[in-house]
Design a protein around this ligand. Structure first.
Ligand code: NAD
Length: 435
């Protein structure tokens, strides 16, 4: 296959790019390629999402509707439900979900169906890139054989690469442009083409030697986070037993200019990445009869945090001669982290479930999701002064910047602060309890 011709066409922005799956990852990526001058088609199987996008509206917080509209009007960006146009694409990037099934085994069904859709339209010269986070070996063992069933050969008839997505929703400093992009192709030519495509949207592209190395890079990054968060969560439990403020310990340790990176405790892991991705690696290791011990231990500690939070709330109420049964608990921020609208796998939901189980009367406020949102038949509440005053305890789960923490402390009788959001606020009458 003529690679130099393809490279020139990328440089001249002549190729058409298809992005499959327009969620938190795919939509920003599609927009970025359009802004870089390519003609981009977004393939999204959910017709409701395509309907919203075709009105020029964005449903992903980091993607501006104005920018989206501009690229659509310039005919550089279009959205479709049907996969038929895949055959017109020169390069196709797969950004579909990679969740877990109930037993915590990988659910590759979305990757497999996207792969089959591409296979049905595969033509010579296409470059396919998988971005969905997955276990090492997926591109080579799952995706490549499906394409080769057509009789076409990778590196000869079509190109294949893996490039992990590193987007951090809500991060105002690091975007696609200034976050280095890692790529690994099945052959040198595959890597070179993937490198060239991403060079148009990322300032730095880092090439690794294979698709499975690139897959492993992502899993190291997210396992690193999960394990370090697990460590600091365990240190939190240790500090509680020793009556030491863990936040003060971390802040002081973080003054060491080398050999220490601060991680902070919290109510547990959430989102589509940190709780899920290490399980992909642990599963792959189980298949090879090896136990990924750090992953297992970090998971055990991190998933115990919601129960730890609830037991601290129970103890604090107990000191005030109150029981959790019948107590009014107001949970602030049910997104899995600050300043975003993503409540997938959020530990706040686990906390709410545990509070309800123990007979508490729970309400919550989440400014990043619609007011008509319901969880367990409880609607999103306004952050009203009366609701804070009437509660027995307020739990700060996500420390959104828009909350006025001094005001919240002034109103609430008791605050369980899972994020040190009340740092610096005087703890009068000991009403602030920190992790
Ligand atoms: N969200 C993050 O912060 C983040 C960061 C890095 C990596 N990732 C990884 O990126 C991948 C995508 O995550 P996401 O958060 O964007 O998921 P998402 O659920 O927000 O979006 C995925 C979209 O793909 C669509 N889809 C599924 N199968 C399809 C198909 N065959 N054709 C067309 N559309 C299809 C779904 O309808 C959905 O809209 C996952 O592997 C995830 O682990 C996510």
């Amino acid at each position: 296959m003529e690679m130099n011709g393809f490279l020139d066409r990328i440089k001249r922005r002549e190729i058409q790019i298809g992005v499959i799956g327009l969620g938190y990852v795919g939509l920003p990526l599609a927009l970025e390629f359009a802004k870089a001058g390519f003609r981009v088609t977004g393939f999204e199987r959910n017709p409701e999402k395509v309907g919203i996008l075709n009105k020029g509206e964005s449903y992903v917080a980091d993607v501006s509707s104005a920018e989206l509209k501009k690229e659509m009007e310039n005919h550089r960006l279009a959205f479709v439900v049907e996969p038929g146009k895949l055959k017109e694409m020169d390069s196709i990037i797969i950004c579909v979900p990679t969740p877990l099934v109930k037993t915590k085994d990988p659910d590759l069904s979305f990757i497999i169906s996207a792969t089959n859709e591409i296979k049905a339209h595969l033509r010579r010269g296409q470059l396919i890139i998988l971005e969905s986070t997955t276990y090492p070996g997926t591109t080579e063992e799952v995706v490549q054989p499906v394409f080769e069933e057509t009789g076409m050969k990778v590196g000869i008839d079509f190109f294949l690469a893996f490039s992990p997505e590193r987007i951090d929703p809500g991060n105002k400093v690091y975007s696609i442009r200034n976050t280095p992009k890692v790529v690994g192709g099945t052959t040198k030519e595959c890597s070179r083409l993937a490198q060239e495509i991403y060079s148009s949207v990322a300032d730095k592209v880092v090439r690794v030697s294979s698709t499975k190395t690139a897959e492993m890079v992502k899993l190291l990054e997210n396992t690193f986070r999960a394990v370090n968060i697990g460590l600091v969560n365990e240190i939190t439990m240790i500090c509680e037993k020793l009556d030491i403020n863990v936040w003060e310990v971390i802040d002081a340790a973080a003054t060491k200019p080398f050999g220490f990176i601060p991680f902070y405790p919290g109510p547990g892991l959430g989102g589509h990445c940190i709780p899920v991705d290490p399980q992909y690696l642990a599963w792959k290791m189980r298949v090879l009869n090896y136990k990924a011990r750090f992953i297992d231990l970090a998971e055990e500690i991190n998933t115990s945090m919601p129960a730890f939070v609830v037991s601290k709330v129970m103890d604090s109420l107990n000191l005030r001669k109150k029981s959790l049964n019948g107590a009014k608990i107001f949970v602030l921020g049910i997104a899995y982290k600050k300043n975003i609208d993503d409540i997938r796998e959020s530990p706040a939901l686990d906390i709410i479930d545990r509070l309800l189980e123990k007979g508490a009367e729970v309400s919550y406020n989440e400014p990043f999701i619609p007011m008509n949102h319901q969880y367990r038949n409880i609607s999103n509440s306004k952050l009203a002064q009366a609701a804070l005053k009437e509660s027995d305890c307020v739990i700060i789960c996500a420390d959104h910047d828009q909350y006025d923490y001094q005001w919240i402390v002034d109103q609430a009788p008791l605050i369980m602060d899972c994020r040190n959001a009340t740092k610096g606020i005087p703890n009068n009458a000991g009403k602030i309890v920190r992790l």
